[in-house]
Design a protein around this ligand. Structure first.
Ligand code: ADP
Ligand code: MG
Length: 312
């Protein structure tokens, strides 16, 4: 297959853009503020050689959708730059299926990209819309705000620990945790629902403490978090005391951490009920700087490795 056959066959779909795949640029217009973001997945850094291409296709879009969610933006368009060592049709078929089904699920049109030969890497660029004044910005936290987390934390980190032979999960537990690692659910509907209720969110991709710390730095505030309040799956619960780092610093959760004033507490709860997403209140924003995590006895926990950072 040539580059152009690959594009025509696997990456060209009808779209609502003025001009989609096939010209030098795609064209679209919008009356709203545009939100843009890009996220790259590289073999051996973000995924393993031989990982399921269907799930990789889906995850490459999901991690970008997660950025849209964290901003409270409605995703509209995506571009896909892909570097492939060989044109393996079965691999491309599965990758495209995973990517395109997720695009359809979230109302995203693939309107362009680039296809080259090289080491396996996938870079997605995502474009969404929002009202600028309602954006969920990292600098939007205020002293007195409560800190919330969606879903549960640490399952993807447990999967990695299992793959690295650091822990031994049962088959059932491994299946569940590997699902969290390979197939994260972007919280797009939650991000949209928080519009007007929260001013500040981040998606947890590098680890809870690291990502909350980004909020604290940008908002110039401090936070106190209760470890016992951090939400866990049944599997992670078994490791809560021995593997706290999975919850505090494990990456790849793609849950949202957001803040809201205490008066909005009931609104937040009803959003969780309406969307069927567990939303947990885990701490408070204070004046000052820095993050303190308290254990069940109210003692400050030592947070070792704060989160994942490339080049560190
Ligand atoms: P150019 O030579 O201008 O870079 P290309 O030949 O790379 O254009 O791409 C042709 C068309 O196909 C362009 O519209 C480009 O956006 C689109 N395209 C290329 N690769 C992909 C891909 N992986 N997914 C979606 N669209 C793609
Ligand atoms: Mg090109």
């Amino acid at each position: 297959m040539t580059e152009f056959e690959i594009i025509a066959h696997y990456f060209t779909r009808p779209s609502d853009a003025l001009l989609g795949v096939g010209d030098d640029c795609a064209l679209f217009s919008s009356k709203k503020t545009i939100a843009v973001s890009t996220d790259m997945l590289v073999e051996k850094t973000h995924f393993f050689p031989g990982d399921d291409p269907f799930l990789l296709g889906r995850k490459s879009l999901s991690v970008n959708l997660s950025d849209m969610a964290a901003m409270g933006a409605r995703p509209r368009y995506a571009l896909l730059a892909i570097s492939l060592p060989v044109a393996d049709e079965a691999w491309l078929q599965a990758f495209s299926k995973g990517f395109m089904a997720q695009a359809e699920r979230y109302g995203v049109a693939l309107i362009g990209g680039d296809t080259t030969r090289g080491p396996l890497a996938v870079c997605v660029h995502i474009i969404g819309e929002l009202d600028a004044e309602l954006a969920l910005r990292r600098d939007g936290a205020k002293p007195g705000d409560e800190i919330w987390v969606s879903g549960h934390l640490g399952d993807a980190a447990l999967a990695l620990a299992h793959l690295n032979d650091e822990i031994r999960l049962t088959d059932e537990e491994a299946e569940f945790c590997l699902g969290a690692l390979h197939d994260p659910v972007p919280r797009v509907e939650l991000g949209l629902a928080l519009s007007g209720i929260s001013r500040c969110a981040i998606d947890i991709s590098d680890g809870f403490c690291a990502d909350l710390s980004h909020i604290l730095e940008k908002s110039i505030v401090a936070a106190v978090v209760e470890y016992a309040a951090l939400p866990c799956s049944e599997t992670m619960e078994k490791y809560r005391s021995t593997r706290a780092s999975a919850i505090l610093s494990g990456g790849d959760d793609y849950e949202l951490c957001f803040t809201a004033s205490p008066e909005k507490s009931n609104d937040v709860r009803s959003i969780g009920e309406r969307l069927g997403i567990r939303l947990s209140k885990v701490g408070k924003i204070r004046e000052g700087s820095g993050l303190v995590v308290l254990d069940e006895a109210g003692r400050e926990m030592k947070i070792g490795n704060k989160g994942y950072a490339h080049f560190s």
